[in-house]
Write a protein that binds this ligand. Sequence first.
Ligand code: NAD
Length: 457
Amino acid sequence: MQTETKKIIQESLDALLENDSFLPDLTDRKQAFASLSAILSTPDKVHKSFLRVPLDDGSVVRIPSFRAQHNDAMGPYKGGIRFHETVNEEEVINLAFLMTLKNALHKVPFGGGKGGIEINPREFSEKELNLISRKYVRYFADVIGPDKDIPAPDMGSGEREMDWMMAEYKKVHHGTPYLGSFTGKSVVNGGSLGRREATGKGVYFTFRYLLYDYVKANEQLLAKSDNRFAKTTLSLYDRPLTMAVQGFGNVGSVAALEAYNCPLINHKIVAVSDRNVTLFNEDGLDIPALIEFTKTSRGDLPSTEQHLQNAGIKAEIKERDSLVTLPVDILVLAALENQIHEGNMKEIKARIIVEGANAPTTAQADEYLSEQGVVIIPDILANAGGVIVSYFEWLQGRETQFYTEKEVYRLLIEKMQETMDMILPQYYGDPYALRQNCFIHSVMRLSTVIYRQGKLY
Ligand code: NAD
């Protein structure tokens, strides 16, 4: 596991070790915390295979593939399967660890898992991808399942692959319940309404709750605090704001649309970007028109004057990577990891950063910006909407009773609000940044469960 990951666990455990009111019954605190550190900084199991796949042209390839199962103290392992050429064992283990923390933070009764297949899916035909997906399930069939380990889509995979994989699971485990074996399936195949929008909606909700609902209810309390993050939040409350959104896919476009339609905060989205371009308009971009455009362009934003003119959209075309350093109040990162780093952290002007993507801010940039009082809503807090609705999909699959879209969103927001209400009072009362706060809460919950399960001797 990465040194960075081990450091996060150790810092959280060190903070808890000093707090005698946490697990006061422990007889030998030092030894118990050393055991916890060992348990959390290593995955339970890592499964590997080189899938043997005959291609359309008759040749045969062997494709490295992984399933990491980090920790199942809270419930069956849960996490996506990434289809990407950079997939490797260490990355899969680290992402599985983040899933353990994310589920523990939001009290989702799952552990942490992650899978990966080392391919560029664009280089394979649909038939080949179908075979790769089914071979993956066949190879890992004994270690996955509705009560063992429940995969979901990740980068490069989607509902099509989940439908194929669930069908293969059903074939291998004929006669046993199968709807809960994979989440992120199509609705006709037992998927949940609202799953696609869940992450983007949750991302925007965490921002809105932090800057509007929570401040409205606690303004006087925050005004008395000398906490630097409370000062930043108050300085932005109830005034016109500008927002930029990096990435305009499932997460970014939905978060942007939520912001565009939100009547509670006086903000405009002045910039959005994707893999090709940044679009800027100081008067605010027409987000519904941009979403309409992406429906006929394989998801891409307009990238030429002609595109903009044809779609009737007013925007200035800027260089793709210029978005993150634009003079805006809020930055939503919904594309890739490591977007704010040592090289650009000093040029960041935004005072609130919302992490829709996983790990878009490097540890160094995170530390630097937090020292400047920038509020960073971290990935494990902001982008959990996907796994929360996956949990609802799993429940619906077990009961074979399905919720309406409205019910799904209500339950999603209730769950995320519960987490925000647990985290924010402490955040504004102590010196830690929001990320450390979230990690400490996750580690606290996990440690208590592991202790109660009698595993610290
Ligand atoms: P997506 O593939 O639908 O969209 C990604 C977007 O990022 C596209 O608009 C793409 O053009 C853009 N992009 C790619 N490279 C870029 C670059 N260098 N600069 C700017 N934009 C760039 O993916 P998604 O589902 O929206 O996921 C976005 C991120 O959120 C990923 O990191 C993913 O792991 C994370 N995430 C997604 C979910 C989910 O439920 N979809 C849940 C948790 C985390």
